[in-house]
Design a protein around this ligand. Structure first.
Ligand code: NAP
Length: 311
């Protein structure tokens, strides 16, 4: 029987995803798949979704067996009351590798104080020697697919890495802390703090004035997680007072970040336009295809979102 797969992610992504999806379906032995951007709702078996999708009311998709998100973050859909189908999020090797590279690159920029030499080409012989990574404690908030991989990579470079998550983790070379009592300890050593938490009711404004005050003076914040994890006003005040030395931000409460937002002009803020890590079509298509194969074989789907938990 034909499997009807609706591509309901952003329209301009169709051209990028169509060929990898068809190739991945063939690879998984899914023979009779009808993949299209327009299928009558009552005939749809699977919905490939992204946050800015035109589909926001899932009620007419009475036959759909799952909604398969192309993004790792699900804050835009997890509370949708019309969604009764299982929701799977994206866990993709390309997404993971991209995040490790972005986080490592920006961590090393601050650790080595690269700007001093790259931007200071003014004839001054600045003999600044950075400490070794072994003398630069780094903390990663969130030890999931992305945070865990970043923590491992940074530990591999020699940084003393502390990680924090909801449940206790064990990662070689990383001091893993958990729960409310673990957070103050995770913050107090964090010369560089990386946020890779999902946005939920529990994590919104997690980095507020009190928690920033627990960090070492002059610490750096790197946020590729989600904008609302940080209280923007508290962040700006801490940058102005010197409590924080720099913030490298990839995600914001409003995206694109409005031109008048103070982050753009602040000398100690680096803005990147939500590019820390993109889902990679070739590897992501295999994840989607595997979940459809599982759905058809009545096996458990991969990477199901716990809707009560919010991620
Ligand atoms: P994940 O696998 O679900 O991991 C989330 C981690 O956060 C887990 O370790 C989880 O703890 C922890 N966590 C959640 N709520 C917590 C709480 N209240 N207290 C303490 N720890 C908590 O997610 P992921 O795939 O690593 O992705 C993380 C986030 O990265 C996404 O949600 C998305 O917002 C962001 N992201 C950004 C980009 C970009 O380009 N900027 C790209 C992809 C993803 P447990 O392990 O105990 O559950």
């Amino acid at each position: 029987m034909t499997i009807n797969v609706l591509f309901a992610a952003r329209a301009d992504r169709w051209a990028t995803y169509e060929a990898p999806l068809r190739a991945a379906f063939a690879e998984k032995g899914l023979q009779d798949v009808h993949l299209a951007t327009d299928i009558p709702p009552e005939a749809v078996d699977y919905i490939i979704y992204s946050p800015n999708s035109a589909v926001q009311d899932f009620t007419p998709y009475t036959r759909a067996k799952a909604v398969l998100n192309l993004w790792a973050g699900v804050e835009g859909i997890v509370d949708n009351p019309t969604l009764t189908q299982p929701l799977a999020r994206m866990v993709d090797t390309g997404l993971r590798q991209g995040m490790v590279e972005w986080v490592t690159g920006h961590t090393l920029r601050h650790h080595l104080n690269t700007d001093l030499h790259v931007l200071g080409q003014d004839g001054q012989w600045r003999s600044y020697v950075p400490p070794l990574a072994t003398d630069r404690p780094v903390t990663v908030l969130g030890l999931g697919e992305l945070g865990g991989a970043c923590a491992e990579a940074l530990a591999g470079l020699g940084f003393p890495v502390t990680g924090w998550s909801r449940s206790q983790k064990q990662i070689a070379g990383v001091t893993c802390l958990a729960g409310a009592e673990g957070l103050p300890r995770a913050l107090e050593t964090a010369q560089i703090l990386i946020l890779l938490l999902p946005l939920t009711g529990q994590t919104e404004n997690l980095l507020d004035a009190d928690r920033i005050a627990r960090m070492p003076a002059g610490a750096v914040v790197i946020n590729p997680g989600r904008g609302p994890l940080i209280d923007d006003g508290a962040l700006l005040a801490a940058l102005d007072s010197g409590q924080l030395g720099h913030a490298t931000l990839d995600v914001f409460r409003e995206e694109p970040l409005p031109p008048a937002h103070p982050f753009w002009a602040h000398p100690r803020v680096t803005v990147t336009p939500h590019i820390a890590s993109e889902t990679r079509p070739t590897t992501a298509a295999r994840v989607i295809a595997e979940n459809i194969r599982r759905g058809e074989a009545r096996e458990n789907l991969l990477y199901l979102v716990d809707r009560a938990r919010g991620y």
